[in-house]
Design a protein around this ligand. Structure first.
Ligand code: PRP
Length: 182
């Protein structure tokens, strides 16, 4: 039976929270530039909305990271598939993630970025699944803590589908879905 998305966090709630996060980040960084380093692909939509809610001058950068043999779980093998185009030495860096699950990806990434001597290095994530954590990772800004549900939409995918949805959704068997406004 086909799986269809059912709304879990509606777009309005996401937008309100992202606005608050942007306000807090703007207060915490009175001086820019902040290098917003978004992790592909899932963070693209959160980055777009978050950056528009940060009043401190910022710059947008992307990194690609992949984990192997994981399916829906992390194997612990991580590699950089797309690196930054610029030096971050002496800069304020805010890593922008869509979700922190096991913490394996971010633990690896923070290690890589720290070696490049940024002035500061923090993490902002829209979603956090604390129940799934395998590595202790300090996350400065969390949009929503969520239970261990597989979620899609607002950048998050299932086999590359559903990233475009405005809402964050869970996948349910067809017939039980309440629909979305993707
Ligand atoms: C997701 C997410 C994080 C990572 C978190 O990316 O964007 O990078 O998994 O999981 P972890 O805390 O268990 O390491 P994914 O590998 O699904 O790639 P995508 O963003 O391109 O969909």
């Amino acid at each position: 039976m086909a799986l269809v998305p059912r709304v879990f966090l509606p777009a309005e709630q996401i937008q309100n929270r992202v606005r608050e996060m942007g306000r807090q980040i703007s207060l915490d960084y009175p001086q820019g530039p902040i290098y917003l380093v978004a992790i592909l692909k899932g963070a693209f939509m959160f980055l777009a909305d978050l950056s528009r809610n940060i009043t401190t001058p910022s710059r947008i950068e992307f990194m690609g990271i992949s984990s192997y043999g994981r399916g829906k779980t992390s194997s612990g093998e991580v590699k950089v598939t797309k690196d930054l185009d610029v030096s971050i030495e002496g800069q304020h860096v805010l890593v922008v993630e869509d979700i922190v699950d096991s913490g394996v990806t971010l633990t690896y990434l923070i290690n890589v970025l720290e070696q490049r001597k940024p002035k500061s290095l923090r993490i902002a994530t829209l979603l956090d699944k604390p129940e799934r954590r395998q590595r202790d990772v300090e996350v400065a800004y969390v949009g929503f803590q969520i239970p261990d549900e597989f979620v899609v939409g607002y950048g998050l995918d299932f086999d590359e589908d559903h990233r475009h949805l405005r809402d964050i959704c869970v996948l349910v068997e067809e017939g039980l879905g309440l629909g979305t406004r993707g």
